[in-house]
Ligand binder design. Structure first.
Ligand SMILES: [Zn+2]
Length: 240
């Protein structure tokens, strides 16, 4: 997804199967409208050209496929708390992952959409179905943060919490992954100090030395120009 160097044979077969499964779930679910709107390149030729929806005016109902301009929103995004580990809270393996949902506006929505302001005025409402997979989404963010860190520092220099999260062995998904830890102003300053400012996806590694160790955190902004929320991942400790 990100424009990174490719690590050949980075995962063994079993782990690759595990990560492929949750990545597909997120790509085809939550990220589908975003990918449609951002017109992301894909290796598959069978990727749907639109987003399935039902439009209605109370009397007539039609199954349609919405184009990027017709999508009423760019995404329904998860809103988490900051990673529980950062807050010094213990892991919680019993409760379901906590999240709210925020609507991300579609910046490219055209006023000629099928249900609102169209010349015939036939339809007033659109219903779309979006599946929620917060655990899979957190695992995908964990994988992005982990791969970014390892590609920069090497496998032996990092003691990371994330392999267990990625492989589904640590089921408190808001423990290491969540809302950014810093205030918005601090985060803006961090972004402007990083590179890749104008790319579709942005990432930034943060080195926090407040505890005497070097703790690595990773800011991840997917589909930045569309306004998808920024998330933060606690990666682990940098050794020596
Ligand atoms: Zn493996």
């Amino acid at each position: 997804m990100l424009n990174l160097d490719v690590l050949n044979n980075a995962s063994c077969r079993e782990c690759a199967d595990v990560t492929k499964a949750f990545e597909q779930t997120v790509q085809r679910g939550l990220l589908l409208p975003l990918r449609l709107i951002a017109n992301t390149r894909t290796r598959k030729k069978t990727r749907p050209k639109g987003f399935p929806a039902i439009i209605t005016n109370g009397k007539n109902t039609d199954d349609v496929v919405l184009s990027a301009e017709e999508m009423p929103f760019a995404a329904l995004a998860y809103k988490f708390i900051v990673p529980r580990h950062y807050l010094g809270l213990p892991p919680d393996f019993i409760s379901r992952p906590f999240f709210d949902v925020v609507v991300v506006r579609n910046p490219y929505e055209s006023r000629n959409s099928k249900w609102d302001g169209n010349p015939e005025g036939m339809y007033q409402k659109a219903r779309v179905r979006v599946m929620f997979h917060p655990a899979e989404f957190c695992r995908m963010l964990a994988k992005i943060a982990y791969c970014l860190t390892i590609s920069k520092h090497g496998l032996c220099s990092v003691k990371s919490y994330l392999p267990d999260v990625i492989l589904g062995r640590f089921p408190d998904y808001n423990y290491y992954v969540g809302h950014p830890c810093e205030a918005q102003s601090t985060m803006d300053a961090l972004w402007s100090s990083g590179n890749g400012k104008n790319t579709l996806h942005r990432t930034l590694l943060i080195y926090d030395k407040t505890t005497g160790k070097t703790c690595i955190r990773c800011l991840i902004s997917l589909f930045s120009p569309v306004g998808f929320p920024v998330y933060e991942v606690m990666v682990g400790e940098l050794q020596n």
